[in-house]
Write a protein that binds this ligand. Sequence first.
Ligand code: NCC
Length: 276
Amino acid sequence: SAKLSQQELLCQLKTRVPLTMIKAGDGPFKGEDWQKYLPTEDLNKKFENLQRCAVVSSAGSLKNATLGAEIDDHDAVMRFNAAPTDGYSIDVGEKTSIRIINSQLVHDKQHNFLTNPLYQTGVLIVWDPAPYKQDLQHWYSNPDYSFFERYMEYRKKHPEQLFYIMNPVMQWNLWDIIQENSLEKIQRNPPSSGMQGIALMMSLCDEVNVYEFLPSKRQSDICYYYQQFNDRACTMGAYHPLMYEKNLVKRMNQGTDHDIFHYGRVTLPGFRNIDC
Ligand code: NCC
């Protein structure tokens, strides 16, 4: 396939990966309970006109990055899964506006999702590794990790906190673009939470700074900034097509290589600022 220019690539993302959350009435998400528990407020209504946004990967290379003040200086900050700020704010900041979590975290008891205060700040968005482009009914009766019940429980306990379920169509539209722009055939596993979050923030913000998704000079085999645990696969990918995601983000980067090397920082334009 012909290699797309940066502009063409950005346009593909903008036109093919619109923000799509499950709404009451979508396919099987009908009936009284879903009516009650799915947010009625649009995510882009809640976050109208965000200017500068930060996406903070969970990478070990954020250790000793001292990027906290810079990250908190954004209008909105996105974090992932169990990534904490308490005790790490000098490196990663303390603001959390949106947290993307996978269905495994909601499902697995060990995370104490219903009660851990970590999850009670900002807007939550959960996604599940649904099968490739099946209809919602098929997914609903057979999610990768059954999380729908605990989602409702959480909503019951924390009715004030906005909490969305991502429509799987979004992750697979994104996957298509990653595959089309890679030289090899990649496995059909959904993009990482990080990559999904980047696309989502490009929908909401004028400009998106992504931290330590493309590793800086601090790159190491340490998996997370918040755990003593080494595994190269965290940065390079095993289940998720992380390496291909990172190549794509590198091609869309409007910042400098200096920014990547020193700050692990990539700068992407929001969809509003991409003319197609
Ligand atoms: O590891 P995880 O993601 O929570 O990390 C969030 C996002 O940060 C980016 N990242 C992380 C570490 C690293 N060294 N480099 C990075 O670039 C990635 O973009 C990643 O998506 C996930 O994507 O949902 C994932 O979730 C974990 C785990 O389920 C959760 O942390 C909850 O405990 C997965 N790990 C395992 O299942 C063991 C991970 O594969 C992907």
